[in-house]
Design a protein around this ligand. Sequence first.
Ligand code: 3PG
Length: 315
Amino acid sequence: MDGIVEKIRQIGIVPVVALDDDKQAVPLAKALVEGGLSAIEVTFRTDAAEQAIRRIVEQVPDMLVGAGTVLTTQQADRAIAAGAQFIVSPGFNPSVVRHVLARGICMMPGTATPGEMEQAMELGLKVVKFFPAEQNGGVAKLKALAGPYTNLQWMPTGGIRAENLADYLSFDKVVACGGTWIAKKELIKAENWGEIRHLAEQAVTAMLGFEVSHVGINTDNPQQAEETARILGAMFGFSMTQGNSSIFVDGKNVEIMKRPGLGKNGHIAISTNTLARAIPYFRNRGIAFREETISAKAAYFKDEIAGFAIHLVQK
Ligand code: 3PG
């Protein structure tokens, strides 16, 4: 169960979908995976849910498939039989929670109040859905709730869009955000897989928040670094800040290395909102890292680009 939560945390966003036709499940799942999202919550709001889950589990093995809007133990059993790896419900129903946990499956019931959260904890849950998140006070309310419940974590859902996603995900008690904004019902009906893939990419971009952080320039020795920094400073009036292995110029924008660092010419640092999610995101796309460089704060990619080593840094 913990392994499933960790996968959900890495993916960061769980598209919530309702399908009228189970034949749409596989192209939908493929569009989401191509867009960078390998988790899906198929809701029991339609009769197609069970068969849709089965099809995705069988035909899109990269996808982590859960069932949503599970209101009864019978629906939970049907979802699990179809291969669902996690179960989500809009509200807190102790008999459904007990039943799913007894079957050894990850369960995230909806909660909105401290009372419901305490009951969930009493049943042994460490992660619950916060629903509907925006309407219940959003991330500010969640932070207030997290004060007393130090061991609880949340998957907020309801009113989450690309615009407010990063606010939720930047709170470390948020495992992932769920929502219908990526695979909207009309888009599924119209089989507009291209737009769904685009919205998935947009959500991933908002989550990861890549920005160029600084450019690093290699030099052979501290004297050369000093000279390079001095020239840039004299030409543009940039500030210079001495570090142990480099000199930063213009705030933190340019880093002049005192010895040849990684990369033929130097390095480019790209910052991200969430290094822990960015690393699996690139790995899933077949882009490798120099394993020995990975830390909680930074990671270098295996390949250089135009003579520059590229590294990701946590914002
Ligand atoms: C859910 O069931 O989780 C919600 O309907 C999702 O809310 P949203 O439509 O605002 O994303």
